[in-house]
Write a protein that binds this ligand. Sequence first.
Ligand SMILES: [Zn+2]
Ligand SMILES: [Zn+2]
Ligand SMILES: [Zn+2]
Ligand SMILES: [Zn+2]
Length: 331
Amino acid sequence: MSKNSFIVRILLGMAISVLFCAYSAEPALARGSWLRQLEMIINSTMNARSAPNTESPDHSGTFNTTGERCAYCHKVISGKKHVLNDEYVCRKCLERHLPKCCCCHRRIKGSYVEYYDGNYCCVKCYGNSELPRCAECNCPVRSAELEGGGYACDRHRPEAICYEDEAYEVWKEVEKAYTEVLGPDFVLDTVPNIHMMTLEELQAKGKNDSRWIKAFSRTKVAGGHYVHDIYVLKGMSPEYLLEQLAHEGAHCWHYENQPYTLSCQPSFKEGFCEWVAFKILDDLDLDKQRERQLNNVDIDYSRGLRDFLRLEEKLGSIEAVLDYMRNNTTL
Ligand SMILES: [Zn+2]
Ligand SMILES: [Zn+2]
Ligand SMILES: [Zn+2]
Ligand SMILES: [Zn+2]
């Protein structure tokens, strides 16, 4: 055993006993074999997404001294010419073609924010922190809560998933993709329990008040078996839910296959799980989502993902990366 892994063992021993002490305070855990009674939470991770970039286009225009024609009505522009989508347009066409705010539905004349998936939002709505956010793209929402709970914008509302039976259907897709993409060894001992939650419920359960939490998972050992619980935000599309479940399922696999997961750095754990989700999204041609993964401002996720893509390149195969995860706790 190397010196490092010995230290890891010691640290892990300490972590377990701390957790065990904390849990043995519960009266129910004081009796019987500790192995059977021990319900130890060994995994709790958050998967969050952050806000988009803001842009401030200038629509004030300049005088048309060069005889430009409007890109929309094709007439020579009299007075000021304005720039819209890199083309010159007249005042009338500018106002007709300005993007509408996804939240208040008014044409946006000034600055706006562009969200993933092409939603535009005026700064007034964007800055209103009282408004709930779309589970899929994070844009502010003024419409009513979804029937099954949670929020989605008009664009993402039709495909929003709020119910657990639908989520288990998506989980089946994840399991199938795991085997196809990552090989027959990438299976879990037990099917995770999936809990669909509103943002408030997710924040309370995860003891995390971030507005951007999408999912987290916990793995316990109970009765000599792993028990996985995945908590996910209501209102995501099937594709986004699939990405989240693929990520959280990878945490579950990691815990089943690497006994020292507790001692891993967040970027190592999250990078691996992002890499697993990335491979699944790649197989399903969900390129936009992969791009979003690479641009996540939480660097534990985006840089961690890039680290694992490099590791895969270095080791030469997916199997080799999985083997690496079984035998290592750091890159
Ligand atoms: Zn025009
Ligand atoms: Zn608005
Ligand atoms: Zn949306
Ligand atoms: Zn994670």
